[in-house]
Design a binder for this molecule. Sequence first.
Ligand code: KG4
Ligand code: ZN
Length: 335
Amino acid sequence: TKDISILAIESSCDETSASIILNGKVLNNIVATQSVHEKYGGVVPELASRAHQENIVPVVYEALSTSGLNKEDLSAIAFTRGPGLMGALLVGVSFAKSLAYSLQIPLIEVNHMQAHVLAHFIEDPKPKFPFICLTVSGGHTQLVLVKSPLEMEVIGETRDDAVGEAFDKTAKLLGLPYPGGPLIDKYAKEGNPKAFQFPITRMPELDYSFSGIKTAVLYFLREQLQSNPNFNEENIADLCASVQYSLIEMLLIKLKLAVKQYGVKEIAIAGGVSANSGLRDTLTDLAKKRGWNLYIPKFEYCTDNAAMIAMAAHFKYQEGEFASMDVTPLAKMKI
Ligand code: KG4
Ligand code: ZN
C-alpha cells in the first residue's frame, strides 16, 4: 500500500508551525514563536498575521527538509481552519491552498480544538475511547467527551475568559510580562495556597467562568497596598499560590462532576495550561485516589503546534475527509 504523508500547518494564534506525519508517525514539529507581542501584554492580531507571513515559508521549508521527504512525496496538505484569529488563520489557509493546488493533492481542514485533543495520539500511552479531555489554554477551556478520533462532544466550557487568560491577566496585574501563566506557576511553588482566599465561581452544569478572578485580584491588590504597609513582593508567592489554587479547584470541580455524569475514567488534559505544575500534581493525586487513568502529553504537544494538526489530518485522510479549494477560515468553529 501507498504511504500517507501529510504536511500540516498551524497559524491560529501566535505560533507559526509546520509538521510532517508519515503513516501516522510525526516526523517533526517546527514552531516559530512570535515574541513581538511581549511588550503589549497580549497577542496583537495584526502583528500576528504579519509575523505568520514572515515565518511560514522558512517553517514549512524546515519541516520538509528535516523530514527526508520531497514535496512531491506528499499525499495531502492540512491546515487549521479555526477557531482563531481571522488574519492569522488566513495566512495558513492561503498557503496550504496554494501548495495543494500547485502539487495537485488534496487539502484537509482541521479544527484546532479537535487537534488539541488528538495530540494524545502522537505518542504512547494513548487514551482509550471513550475518554474525557480537559482542554485548557490561553484561548479555550473545554471539557470534551471523545468517543472516537473524529467524534467529540463538548460537554462543558467557559462562558467568558479561558483559564489561561485568567492566569495571564492576574500576572499582568502583578506587573509580570506576557504570557504570565508560567511565572505564576513558578512563584506559586514558593507560596502558601491558603494564604488568601479568591472566589470559586460555580456555573451551572459543566460550564466554567474565569472572568471574576481578575477583578478579585485587582480589588485585593488595591486594598492590600492601601491598608497593609508590609505588603510587598514577598507576598507575591502567596498571592500566586492562592490564585492558582482557586483556578485549579474550579477546573477540577467540573472534571469530577463530568467523570461522575459520564462514568468515564480515562482522563486526558491538553492545551498550554496543562504545563502548570500545580494542576499536574493535583490531578495526578486525584487520579490515583479515584482510580482514573490520566494522560498528559509532552509539553511540546500541549502548546499550539502543527504536530497535533498533522495527527488530526491523518485520521481525516483515512476517512477520506477532504476540504474543497474554496474553503475559508472560521474565527469561531465548533468541535
Ligand atoms: O495552548 P497555548 O500555547 O495557546 C493557546 O492556544 O492559547 O496556551 C497558552 C496559555 C497561556 O495563557 C499561558 O500563560 C498558559 O498557556 N501557560 C501556563 C503555563 N504554561 C503555559 N499557565 C499556567 N502555568 C503554566 N506553567
Ligand atoms: Zn490552542
